[in-house]
Write a protein that binds this ligand. Structure first.
Ligand code: PHE
Length: 528
């Protein structure tokens, strides 16, 4: 028997926009530019492109076709999609990652997304009008240290909005948002990027040219190109930005019909993401910041406040230099585009766990959406309350970075070696509207797994240090001020709690998968 979950996509354009919306997210505008800068600007882009070709594209093909394959048997989340591809029982527990990561990432992502609503509100209300640089920056500090209830209100609104859209289903909710949000996002992005690169010294109080920033970002510097750190950062960014290794692509594509194209669709959504990331994401924050602070000033800021800082502390102040009308317009466009980028991604994070509840426990879509909203609310609360103690970063590291690689490594082994590349290639090419170059067959079978294995191994020492809190203990040892020490100790405590919480979440989902499996056996429902 297959699932009673009979959703489907309304149109091909809608599907591609929803998938592109899934991939295009805050990562494209805030994470990418900073990763590029911190890893040497022009040095970063080569490993980044290589990772896109050798890991990103292959994983897109694999995930899209896996999803469509599982969907044929009525599976819409990775535990049973993976299960349907092998006779071995344990793959469904690898599939736990594909629900876990979405919930844990959504937990901090929705909070970030809600800041954009708060900032749109304040931009329109003119809060930043005439504020000094410090005042704008302090606004952010006050906001994230919850000096009043507003951030919590915006966060709850954001959760309710996500839940409501999800409860309307794929074609009635997710697809509609993508069809409105993606074109607007691109429009706003293009306008801001043009402003960014056309900044000239002397106009609008700028001191330098915006193109200096672009040059910095794009001039190759080969001195650090072999550094593992740069490659790990590039691989991590490819994962995060394409949403591969997450389970959300498989879920979206499980609602396709078995003869629908996956190859061209996967490429359309993937390349659209790269266009937005490299052409728009790279042409806004960095050029504008460089226009006012120069290269050195920008570098100092990036290292001090990171992507979130540039986007929320610095840009609203710089927009003020463009005159009262443009200041409001630019701010609304900037936070508006971040909002659309964010919501089309967080909606994608909601669907795997909903699919699981609908398929396995017969839940109604509305109830499944509420379950997602409530879970994200509970898991997200610590990131909201203890943001300044690194809880947010902890979620981002374990769920938003490490889990993706672990999951992707296992799924590609399953796909290429257990399910088998012969069948795998048939899945990728069946119904394809483009001719997929045969080289990808070999890349998927040999190259991608090796690179993924290397990434896993190479990132182990840093992860181990993280688990042991090595860096924080070193800071404690070097500190003399008791207040600083107390603060660091508190950070360690909150981070440890966050990790245990994440582990408990993973185990909780695994238990549900076990229960679902037993239920299937009892009811005689075949898993494949
Ligand atoms: N790809 C999104 C971004 O760039 C993040 C994301 C991860 C979305 C996982 C969905 C699932 O911000």
């Amino acid at each position: 028997m297959s699932s009673s979950n009979t959703e489907s996509w309304g149109s091909r354009v809608g599907l591609v926009l929803a998938m592109a919306g899934n991939a295009v997210g805050l990562g494209n505008f805030l994470r990418f530019p900073v990763q590029a800068i911190q890893n040497g600007g022009g040095t970063f882009i080569i490993p980044y492109l290589v990772c896109f070709l050798l890991m990103g594209i292959p994983l897109l093909f694999v995930e899209w076709s896996m999803g469509r394959f599982g969907g044929k048997y009525g599976h819409h989340s990775t535990p049973f999609i993976l299960d349907s591809m092998s006779k071995q029982a344990f793959w469904k527990y690898i599939g736990v990652f594909g629900i876990f990561t979405n919930l844990a990432v959504a937990a901090y992502y929705c909070y970030l997304e809600s800041w954009t609503l708060g900032y749109i509100w304040h931009s329109v209300a003119g809060t930043f009008d005439g504020q000094t640089r410090d005042e704008v920056a302090n606004f952010f500090t006050n906001y994230t240290s919850l000096s009043d209830a507003q951030p919590i209100i915006f966060w709850v609104i954001c959760l309710l909005l996500n839940t409501w859209i999800l409860s309307r289903g794929l074609s009635g909710g997710v697809e509609k948002v993508a069809k409105i949000g993606m074109p607007l996002l691109i429009l706003f992005g293009v306008i801001l990027a043009i402003r960014g690169v056309s900044l000239q010294p002397g106009t609008n109080n700028a001191l330098y040219a915006g193109t200096d920033g672009l040059n910095y970002l794009w001039t190759p510097d080969f001195s650090t190109i072999w550094s593992p750190k740069v490659w790990l950062a590039a691989a991590g960014q490819i994962f995060f930005t394409l949403s591969v290794g997450m389970g959300s692509i498989q879920c979206y594509s499980s609602y396709l019909r078995s003869r629908d194209d996956v190859a061209l669709n996967a490429m359309s959504a993937g390349w659209m993401n790269e266009f937005v990331e490299v052409c728009l994401g790279g042409a806004i924050v960095i050029p504008i910041t460089v226009g006012y602070f120069g290269i050195d000033g920008m570098l100092e800021l990036v290292n001090k406040v990171g992507g979130l800082g540039l986007g929320f502390r610095t840009l609203p102040f710089l927009f003020q230099q463009w005159g009262p009308f443009l200041a409001i317009a630019a701010s609304v466009m900037w936070f508006g585009l971040l909002f659309f980028a964010g919501i089309t991604s967080s909606l994608a994070m909601g669907t795997p766990c909903m699919g699981f509840l609908q398929d396995e426990f017969g839940w109604k879509r509305e109830n499944a959406a509420w379950a997602f909203g409530a879970t994200v609310g509970i898991l997200g609360l610590p990131t909201v309350l203890f943001f300044n103690y690194g809880v947010f970063d902890e979620y981002d590291h374990w769920a938003g970075t490490v889990s993706l690689v672990v999951f992707a490594f296992f799924e590609i082994i399953l796909f290429a070696w257990i399910f088998g590349m012969k069948k795998g290639w048939e899945e990728i090419t069946r119904g394809a509207d483009i001719k997929v170059p045969i080289i990808f067959k070999y890349i998927i079978q040999y190259v991608t797994p090796v690179i993924l294995g290397w990434v896993l191994i190479a990132s182990m020492p840093a992860n181990w240090d993280k688990i042991m809190n090595t860096g924080l203990y070193a800071q404690i040892a070097a500190a003399t001020d008791p207040a600083v020490i107390a603060n660091l100790e508190k950070t360690i405590m909150y981070q440890n709690i966050a990790r245990i919480g994440l582990l408990a979440l993973w185990i909780g989902i695994a238990v549900l998968v076990y229960i679902a499996y037993r239920k299937r056996l009892r009811e005689g429902r075949f898993t494949h």
